[in-house]
Design a protein around this ligand. Structure first.
Ligand SMILES: Cc1cc2nc3c(=O)[nH]c(=O)nc-3n(C[C@H](O)[C@H](O)[C@H](O)COP(=O)(O)OP(=O)(O)OC[C@H]3O[C@@H](n4cnc5c(N)ncnc54)[C@H](O)[C@@H]3O)c2cc1C
Length: 434
């Protein structure tokens, strides 16, 4: 028996293990279902190209995290990059974020955005959903030309169903001054938003730094160990290979819906209900290795318009030279569908690949390699059920000594930094309570 069992060898699980060890605690076991660790921070090498599970860029604004990266990885292992990201709409590239960079768009669009902003629905006190939140903060022009079509593509559901509680640092604000200046000026990009500058490993893709963290662990991570049953009353976890591990405290980082489904029929009502009602999208990440240098000088481009099935395309070769062989470029694209609704995926993928090649004039014989990575749990859907019930779900789990953390353990929209800090916080909390 281990005192602490950790499920999932993604960043949250590894961070929890690292911080338990940093506090001198080794009576734990970490189980990961895959052959390799990393989870969503995975990286694939193929035909000389390096592809992440879509673009994964490191943003640092927490002093503890910054020091950890310095100590465990070393900043000399990263490129420091100033973002070059754009929106492509109405045959025009405008700089990110759209709400302050209208320059180049048709005059009707610019005036609709300005007019909508001036008449924005300031009277709405507590927006009921994301749609109302956009109308309150940006107005109808920005809603029509960017926010509504773009977010609908990502979340793959009606914007009336989504709250705005996730927006925080992810959606930069604007002002009339900024909108007008951005519609006229041709200035260099001003650093706006949380990802204006980011770090990227010089080699090995994003997995590089997560592996460095895992290398610090003295306990061995048990891989190829898929948890299949959990009993929160008798406190044990069963695995597909027949192994059973009992625990005092469980740190769960595998998707919460999966974790709960394993215990169907034995849980409190709110947990049973969570197993069915937690919603997220799935992303199909398509990657192309292209035999052409400098396919684009941009880091990534957002596509709000319906005619493009993808919502974003990015270029890994602009993050690090090691991402593509000499003379080649590497591209990643993403489109989304609601989790467990895969019906049209193959057709959409073919359309997405075709549109990408057309947009960037890529000939078939220029394609060196293709890698498709389906991500089952990608973006949490902040719907009203989640808002009302998630705190109750976590409370019930805590009562049974289960701490569910990380992006899908906690069921939230979080970055690598936040995930790492989640692991630290839970390790310290558990040790303090012991
Ligand atoms: C599309 C996308 C883009 C992103 N881009 C960025 C970015 O640019 N910058 C940034 O900072 N963050 C980004 N993130 C967020 C970042 O990836 C996450 O915050 C972080 O990787 C979450 O780690 P985790 O350990 O919580 O979850 P995961 O990485 O999902 O780890 C869970 C682990 O559990 C394992 N597991 C699942 N089921 C079982 C089972 N039954 N038994 C045992 N193990 C199991 C999985 O294999 C996995 O390894 C992005 C996320 C996504 C989805």
């Amino acid at each position: 028996m281990a005192k602490v069992v950790i499920l999932g060898g993604g960043l949250a699980g590894i961070s929890a293990a690292y911080h338990l060890e940093q506090n001198g605690f080794h009576d734990y076991v970490l189980f990961e279902k895959e052959r390799d660790i990393g989870g969503l921070c995975g990286t694939v090498e193929q035909d000389g190209f390096t592809f992440d599970y879509t673009g994964h860029l490191l943003h640092i604004n927490d002093p503890y995290f910054e020091q950890l990266i310095a100590d465990v990885v070393g900043f000399d292992q990263f490129n420091v990059i100033n973002r070059k990201s754009f929106i492509y709409s109405q045959d025009t590239y405008t700089k990110f974020p759209y709400q302050i960079n209208l320059r180049g768009l048709p005059i009707e669009t610019i005036s609709a955005c300005i007019d909508g902003y001036v008449k924005r629905h300031k009277h709405i006190k507590n927006p009921k959903n994301f749609k109302e939140w956009v109308l309150k903060n940006f107005g109808s022009g920005f809603a029509r030309h960017f926010f509504s079509p773009y977010q609908q593509k990502i979340f793959a559901c009606s914007l009336n169903e989504i709250t705005a509680s996730w927006t925080g640092r992810f959606v930069p604000n604007t002002s009339l001054e900024k909108i007008i200046a951005g519609a006229i000026n041709e200035d260099e990009e001003t650093p706006v938003g949380y990802n204006a500058q980011f770090y990227y490993p010089k080699k090995g893709g994003i997995l590089f730094w997560v592996k460095k963290l895992a290398e610090q662990l003295q306990n061995k991570i048990v891989t190829n160990a898929k948890a299949t049953t959990v009993d929160m009353v008798s406190k044990y976890v069963g695995f597909s290979n027949g192994h059973v591990e009992t625990y005092e405290t469980l740190i769960n980082t595998i998707p919460l819906d999966t974790f709960l489904i394993m215990q169907r029929g034995t849980m409190a009502n709110v947990l049973e209900s969570a197993a069915d009602n937690l919603r997220c999208n799935s992303v199909i990440n398509f990657n192309l290795g292209v035999k052409r240098p400098n396919l684009s000088d941009k880091h990534w481009i957002y596509f709000p318009e319906k005619q493009y099935p993808f919502y974003r395309i990015g270029f890994g070769h602009n993050f690090a030279d090691s991402m593509a062989p000499e003379g080649c470029s590497s591209l990643y694209g993403e489109f989304a569908h609601l989790y467990r609704t895969e019906k049209w995926v193959d057709k959409t993928l073919q359309e997405a690949l075709q549109q990408t090649k057309k947009l960037l004039n890529i000939a078939d014989d220029e394609i060196a390699t293709e890698k498709i990575i389906p991500i089952s749990h990608a973006y949490v859907i902040y719907d009203h059920w989640r808002e009302r019930n998630l705190p109750k779900v976590h409370k019930k789990l805590h009562e049974q000594n289960v701490h569910s953390i990380g992006r899908y353990g906690a069921w939230k929209y979080c970055s690598m930094q936040e995930t790492l800090l989640d692991g630290k916080n839970i390790a310290e909390k558990i040790l303090k309570a012991a």
